[in-house]
Design a protein around this ligand. Structure first.
Ligand SMILES: [Zn+2]
Length: 258
């Protein structure tokens, strides 16, 4: 029998999923001479009988989960450490920066040490530092006047979200300022848009027991899409907002989520 004939026969002998078994060989009728193993997507078989040629290694199609794991692992390996530019200085270097942070309810989280925020002299931005535990992964900067384009700028890798807060309930919001504002009540996670990057899913899965997707009214459909993506892994809820959370203080946010 040629390879593909063997393969189709082998497939009928074992169930799907992980397999590691030994059985009578249908090719040579040897007793308990055939081993079949399925690892990840690979199907391997081999007969120990001296005169039997049954042997093969079939690389099957990977499941979505396997594809995802492979891609994410490779991405992670590619990622270099983020080096904070010299142009990142204290937020107190300019009133423009502190004014923005106060107005958008970020100052509390900065003072309490929940968020690391800098001022980028070169780009004239308030910069939110993305950290995984203590490791700096990148940064996201908000232009401090209308001439700074784009309004939001991503420094370094985009694969890890800006997270602010210590609650095991996450609120997914559109930007870093809203993530800081909501951190007074829950943990804020900034999407930097209205869709959920795939690389954020394992992070959310690991850190939170519940996720509330809190987006603007015009992003209602997107909010439900995100919630559908996450519901396989954790409790999810959608909260449609009339306005960005960054415009609210702690009591207002508490009321909103009651
Ligand atoms: Zn055999």
């Amino acid at each position: 029998m040629n390879f593909s004939q063997q393969l189709s026969l082998i497939k009928t002998l074992v169930p799907s999923g992980e397999v590691d078994t030994r059985m009578d060989c249908p090719f040579c009728n040897g007793t308990n001479t055939l081993t079949i193993k399925r690892e990840n997507a690979d199907l391997l078989w081999y007969c120990f009988h001296a005169s039997c040629t049954a042997k093969g290694n079939h690389e099957g199609e990977m499941t979505m989960e396997q594809v995802y794991e492979t891609v994410v692992t490779k991405e992670k390996e590619k990622e270099k450490d983020f080096v904070m530019p010299k142009s990142f200085v204290s937020i107190f270097s300019t009133d423009k920066c502190t004014d923005y942070l106060k107005k958008n309810h970020c100052m509390e989280s900065y003072i309490k040490g929940k968020a690391e925020i800098k001022y980028d002299v070169k780009q004239h931005r308030a910069v939110f530092i993305i950290k995984e535990k203590e490791k700096v992964k990148g940064a996201i900067g908000r232009g401090l006047n209308s001439e700074v384009y784009p309004k939001w700028f991503m420094y370094g890798s985009k694969s890890y979200p800006f997270i602010c807060g210590n609650s095991d309930i996450a609120v997914l919001v559109e930007d870093c300022a809203s993530a800081c504002a909501v951190s007074e009540v829950y943990t804020g996670v900034a999407l930097m848009g209205t869709s959920l990057p795939d690389s954020y899913i394992p992070v959310l899965k690991k850190k939170f027991k519940k996720v509330i997707v809190a987006l603007d009214r015009d992003a209602t459909t997107k909010a439900f899409d995100i919630s559908n993506q996450l519901r396989y892994y954790m409790n999810t809820e959608v909260k449609i907002l009339q306005d960005d959370l960054k415009y609210f203080d702690k009591p207002q946010i508490e009321r909103l989520f009651q």
